[in-house]
Design a protein around this ligand. Structure first.
Ligand code: GAP
Length: 505
């Protein structure tokens, strides 16, 4: 079965009602997308999988749903007003704008890819030391040098040096091919808006760029009302907004997106153990979907944010290569301490075992719901060569499928629709069921394959005689004749979310 490129996924999402460009009749709004009838079901199923595994299956995690608007001081305290920005650079010939850090990181990746070929040719082991690899490959040497210079510049926030590195390594614009660059400038990613109707008395607000701060400012409210003891976590799913400059690659990088975040509050000094534990738990959650383990990997942050003492991403092998899917960060006591400082209110926890007050340390797991959607789509969408042509099938984990089962009368007469509707009305208690009588049965099967429906139930003339139907399984296309009384149990078992939860926990 062929894996599909990003463009095919984008087209499939549009054609089959998963994702549409926003405001399409007005020629779209850049990097904003709407989820269609099957997209919203898949998105809700992913949320359900995350929420149940994090909140329902962990006694020490509870949920909240904080507002998108927050007091503006929140963003001063969190550091977003002063430092949530991207270093931008423009190509003077094409006028195309880039993130300077991304240009450099891509160049490092290019050197490494070239180096890999050289090393493979010379038979150098992948576990060989950096020195050995650098001796054997000029490109490996270049990658290491650029990486070291880049980290130094990033840590010193020396954006002038970014431009020098771009020039020294002769990085060219992908549109014009020219190396004619502007200086690097900082651009804050938060969207600003106003609260209140009167210009003079209105307050400047921001649309939240992450959901995490809603959790931090509610730390004591939640801890006290839910009577939680450290270590415990607070989980939340919600929208976040970033004025992304390089907003490409479909729903991978959007200006309005959804995050599923969890902040886990721990005793100071235990955070690095918890960091390792959460890495393991989250990887298991990803693997439970049946993903090829080679398509997931950890990526250690080379440059740590000033408040973090460890940070890794779970990267997925998207159609455009390995990219960040989820971040796992050890954020120390930075956020709570900052909110304490700016609000003047104590955000401490009394640990009765230690008989001591402290500001807890925090491990964060943060995953983009839309990125998770893209990952599920990209690993599920396949084109299969059959004897009679190509079949497009969305081999989703059944528990995530937008439609759990379709009921199809073979023809639109002889009482078959009535019988099929009777079965359909029974099955809709399991999850979203679908009834369709238009088109040939073959076409209807293909349509269900393309939206990922695990089972199709076909009602034919024999059904009226002996109360049996055919059940067709999406992945194997195998059809079996079974009694109507067996259908509900078979479908229910297959699409049960607990199948995933049991593997994830
Ligand atoms: N609270 C931590 C935080 O927000 P982040 O690495 O900036 O960390 C976490 O974002 C996750 O949110 C990312 O791993 C990614 O999955 C998702 N994400 C971030 N920016 C995004 C964007 N512009 N579009 C879609 N998803 C995004």
């Amino acid at each position: 079965m062929a894996e599909l490129d990003l463009q095919k996924i984008v087209s499939h999402c549009k054609e089959y009602g998963f994702v549409f460009p926003s405001s399409e009749i007005y020629d779209n709004l850049g990097a904003v997308y709407d989820y269609g009838p099957f997209g919203v079901e898949l998105k809700n199923a992913i949320k359900e999988y995350w929420w149940k595994s994090m909140v329902q299956m962990h006694d020490n995690i509870i949920g909240i749903d904080a507002a998108i608007f927050m007091h503006p001081t929140t963003w001063k305290a969190s550091g977003h007003v002063d430092s949530f920005s991207d270093p931008l650079i423009d190509n003077k010939d094409s006028k195309k704008r880039y993130r300077a850090d991304v240009l450099i990181e891509e160049q490092i990746e290019k050197y490494k890819n070239k180096a890999q070929k050289e090393l493979d040719k010379k038979g150098i082991d992948t576990n060989a030391s950096d020195e050995e690899k650098a001796r054997a490959s000029r490109n490996y040497n270049k990658a290491l040098q650029l990486e070291a210079e880049y980290i130094k510049a990033a840590e010193a926030e020396n954006f002038k040096r970014y431009k020098e590195l771009i020039e020294e390594h002769e990085i060219a614009c992908e549109v014009s091919g020219s190396k004619n660059w502007t200086d690097v400038r900082q651009f804050n990613l938060m969207f600003a808006t106003k609260l209140g109707s009167l210009e003079e008395s209105s307050t400047d607000l921001y649309l939240r760029p992450e959901t995490a701060q809603g959790i931090f400012v509610n730390f004591l409210n939640v801890q006290k009302t839910a009577r939680m003891k450290v270590p415990f976590g607070i989980a939340q799913i919600g929208k976040a907004f970033r004025n992304e400059i390089v907003a490409r690659q479909f729903i991978f990088r959007m200006r309005e997106f959804e995050q599923m975040e969890m902040q886990f509050f721990v005793r100071p000094g235990t955070e690095l153990d918890w960091f390792e534990k959460w890495k393991e738990i989250r990887l298991k959650w990803h693997l439970a979907l049946g993903t090829n383990p080679d398509d997931l990997r950890f990526h250690v942050h080379e440059k740590l944010a000033h408040y973090a003492n460890a940070a890794e991403d779970i990267q997925f092998n998207f159609p455009m290569g390995f990219k960040e899917l989820e971040g796992i960060h050890s954020r120390t006591d930075y956020d709570l301490s900052q909110h304490q400082k700016y609000s003047g209110k104590k955000l401490q926890y009394f640990d009765s075992e230690l008989n001591q007050n402290y500001v807890p340390y925090v491990i964060e797991t943060s995953i983009g719901l839309d990125r998770m959607f893209l990952r599920v789509m990209s690993e599920s969408l396949k084109e299969e060569e059959l004897e009679n042509g190509t079949r497009t099938v969305l081999a989703l984990p059944p528990a995530l499928a937008p439609i759990k089962v379709a009921v199809l009368p073979l023809v639109r007469k002889d009482g078959l629709p009535e019988k099929a509707l009777e079965i359909y009305n029974q099955l809709r208690f399991i999850g979203r069921a679908f009834y369709e009588e238009k088109d040939s049965i073959g076409k209807r099967y293909r349509r269900m394959d393309a939206i990922g429906t695990p089972y199709c139930i076909t009602v034919d003339h024999q059904t009226l005689d002996d109360n049996t139907v055919t059940i067709r399984e999406r992945d194997t296309m195998k059809q079996e004749r079974i009694g109507i009384d067996k259908v509900e149990e078979i479908v229910r078992k297959k699409v049960d979310i607990n199948n995933l939860l049991k593997k994830a926990i």
